[in-house]
Design a binder for this molecule. Sequence first.
Ligand code: PEP
Length: 246
Amino acid sequence: MRRKLAAGNWKMNGLAAQIEVLNDLTSRHPTPAVDVMICPPATLVGAAAAATAGKPLMIGGQDCHTAGSGAHTGDISAAMLADAGAGAVILGHSERREDHGEDDALVAAKTTTVQGAGLIAVVCVGETLAQREGGETLDVIKAQLTGSIPADAAADTLVVAYEPVWAIGTGKIPTLTEIAEVHDFIRAELTGRFGADFADKIRLLYGGSVKPTNAEEIFAVSNVDGALVGGASLKAEDFSGIITAL
Ligand code: PEP
């Protein structure tokens, strides 16, 4: 049985005072019925981990380098994130793919690094609006899954997030039928490639304009095991509503 996961991605938002949101969340949810994760900017990972130590809220990173250490100015390794208290890393977010030209092969290499460091890899896939309108959604998702998840990936530390690019931060979401179609497809693809035992363990998150007001209906969709939430994870009240809806 897969335990549901509510994951928040703060992106490039949050100064030191934002840690208070974590205190608020852990006070509101001392024993959540689902797993809860927040991925703050790298500058806050250590403080966030300290604030949530011993509490049921995992801290994650938003990206990392493929190497363990070395001459990579401005980058962060998975080992550094783990050392700062992170338990997971988001990989291949569409903003990384778009802003930094990350491709599937790089995301796969990062997945190997993250899993090797003992962290959960949250691998993101999703089509653009042009790809959806062109009827290419499932082909795009298939290619991203195949390219971004390495053949030797470990099931226990893998999460897949389906995030249609056109739904991120726009207030638009696919129909529930469209979400079901893609999530069912991802489960089937993972089953075909890795077998049912592996695929059944993987939590599939939906991401893209999830709010307390639409969370319940999205979470009822087939093969949706939680959410990756951007904007609505920045305020405790909003993210709390999403945790409760799961
Ligand atoms: C995201 O960037 O992962 C995301 C889903 O953002 P939002 O919830 O703001 O659409």
